[in-house]
Ligand binder design. Structure first.
Ligand SMILES: C[S@@+](CC[C@H](N)C(=O)[O-])C[C@H]1O[C@@H](n2cnc3c(N)ncnc32)[C@H](O)[C@@H]1O
Length: 241
């Protein structure tokens, strides 16, 4: 659970520090494993997230948990005149993102998603990929996004979803074998990828995430599952003009 100090700021929990350490360790292998695990679809989903965020020329977009920057870079390619800020709490991930082609026009900054240092209504769109299953306080993280969005602003979320239905057994077994194996062979870090497997299988169903988004105030919330229901893109809007 979250740990909030007397100034209303989130202090990093043991879990947050563990997650930060894992992403700092797997930076070098992250893009390769992501491409392998999604059979190349991750890039396509990042483009869809950028499209749904539909930031206009001069519009302000915040990509949280940007990692190696794929969503922010997709948004930049889509609208080169947008003002894009991309944040993460892993300095190693940010370092990697800063070296990618197209990274120059993006502001890459350190931030914990539980306590964003931006004023209310600073952005027209907020995006994030694979953030929620890693945080210690999902409602707080969503409320922060609601706070920094301007009225009418959009949030677009890429997440994993635990398998369900007829394919549940097969997909679960596949993930239990494939993720730690890729972790051992490609990243040489089995523990980190075991964490990714357990955090994916133990996360909420998309309908529960959508409900939390509504509870913090977003309207027009909906989602579309991808890849045998194991990934999902959700979207919503802050009420306003
Ligand atoms: C699985 S990666 C996703 C990266 C990228 N969004 C993508 O789609 O490939 C998750 C990222 O979330 C970041 N992260 C996790 N918890 C965070 C938090 N509380 N605040 C900021 N970043 C966080 C990690 O450092 C990591 O870079």
């Amino acid at each position: 659970m979250s740990s909030v100090n007397k100034n209303g700021k989130h202090s990093m929990t043991e879990r947050d520090t563990k997650v930060q350490g894992i992403f700092d360790r797997i930076t070098d292998s992250y893009d390769r494993i992501n491409t392998l695990m999604t059979l190349g679809r991750h890039a396509q989903w990042c483009r869809e997230v950028a499209r749904r965020a539909s930031v206009m020329p001069g519009g302000r977009l915040l990509d949280i948990a940007t990692g190696t920057g794929e969503i922010a870079l997709a948004a930049r390619r889509r609208e080169p005149r947008a003002e894009i800020t991309a944040v993460d709490f892993s300095e190693n991930m940010l370092e990697r993102a800063r070296t990618k082609p197209g990274a120059d026009g993006i502001a890459w900054e350190f931030a914990d998603a539980h306590s964003l240092e931006y004023a209310d209504e600073s952005f027209d769109a907020v995006t994030h990929g694979y953030l929620l299953r890693n945080v210690s306080d999902v409602p707080r993280v969503l409320s922060e996004q609601f706070r920094v969005l301007s009225p009418g602003g959009r949030v677009v979320v890429l997440e994993t979803a635990p398998p369900r239905g007829l394919l549940k057994l097969a997909v679960t077994a596949g993930m239990r074998i494939v993720l730690p194996l890729l972790g051992r062979v490609v990243a040489k870090d089995k523990d980190a990828y075991s964490y990714l497997e357990s955090s994916t299988l133990g996360f909420m169903q998309p309908a529960q995430v959508a409900q939390l988004m509504r509870e913090v105030g977003f309207t027009d919330v909906d989602f579309e599952t991808k890849y045998l229901g194991t990934n999902v893109i959700l979207w919503g809007r802050k009420p306003g003009p």
